[in-house]
Design a protein around this ligand. Structure first.
Ligand SMILES: C[S@@+](CC[C@H](N)C(=O)[O-])C[C@H]1O[C@@H](n2cnc3c(N)ncnc32)[C@H](O)[C@@H]1O
Length: 264
């Protein structure tokens, strides 16, 4: 069977707008849209530079299809490494919290890998919270809105086995250097980590020991350049840091373990 003219027209429009993978993207758009009108709308949104995942309304993450709404951070491939590390530390039936959850992709992927967990996710951005609810609630998880730990029910204090937190970690001065897709179509608060990129991470590290269960772990993604300072922030607050790297995914994760004593 040949490729239909509308498909070729879609490819041409995407190519002329500068999409390098025009054929692949056209295929995804055509198979996602429910009507020819929807195809046209999606193609134009992509042509003006929206991230493909926001145009489609979903992203593939850890082999799952995760809903992604306009303005919400698109889960990155490299962050699958953070999920893998979390899955290795979590146990069935344990308490998993995805703080700074965006679409909720990380918690959903951990829950899907483990089968059964008590899953909570939280974000400050109402658009992210709405999106995360669509991904997390069908799995029986809970999504909370608010500033870091203030969003969480106090009953979770001292009970979290695995705390994933892909905080914003781009230094303020470098946000302007990001690709336009991120800079223009993802919320600033999803990207900007303050002067050295570690402001949010330091706040998470400071409070995490009181929320983790004895023997629980905090996992944060960072960059090679920031990894020493990130590990230092965890260790300053009584967590024992370990660094994990994936060359394949160009990913760096700091894992902080809470001891079994009372946090200081
Ligand atoms: C880098 S994005 C990560 C999103 C998601 N975890 C992922 O990896 O796809 C950071 C997220 O942190 C959220 N955020 C930023 N500051 C926050 C705060 N003070 N409290 C809660 N969430 C915050 C942003 O809204 C954004 O969704």
């Amino acid at each position: 069977m040949g490729i239909s003219p509308p498909f070729q027209a879609v490819v041409e429009r995407l190519r002329s707008a500068g999409c390098v993978f025009a054929e692949d993207e056209a295929r995804l758009i055509v198979s996602t849209a429910r009507t020819p009108d929807e195809v046209a709308v999606m193609v134009e949104r992509r042509a003006i530079g929206l991230p493909l995942e926001q145009v489609l309304g979903w992203a593939e993450f850890c082999g799952l299809r995760v809903a992604v709404d306009p303005g919400v951070f698109v889960p990155r491939r490299r962050t699958e490494f953070l999920v893998r590390q979390a899955v290795a530390l979590a146990r069935r039936g344990g308490v998993v919290v995805d703080l700074c959850c965006g679409s909720g992709a990380l918690g959903v992927a951990v829950a899907a890998a483990l089968g059964e967990v008590e899953l909570h996710a939280a974000d400050l951005d109402p658009a992210a919270v709405r999106c995360a609810r669509r991904n997390v609630e069908p799995l029986g998880g809970h999504v909370h809105e608010g500033d870091l730990f203030a969003a969480l029910p106090s009953a979770l204090r001292g009970r979290i086995d695995v705390l994933l937190s892909n905080v914003p970690y781009v230094p303020t001065g470098e946000v302007g250097l990001l690709p336009a897709e991120a800079r223009l179509h993802e919320a600033r608060m999803a990207l900007d980590g303050g002067a050295d990129g570690l402001d949010v991470l330091r706040r998470v590290a400071a409070e995490a020991p009181r929320w983790l269960a004895p023997g629980g772990h905090l996992l944060v993604e960072t960059s090679e350049r920031q990894v020493a300072a990130a590990a230092g922030a965890l260790s300053r607050h009584g967590l024992t840091p370990r660094i994990a790297r994936s060359e394949e995914l160009d990913a760096v994760v700091v894992i902080g373990a809470r001891g079994t004593g009372t946090p200081g």
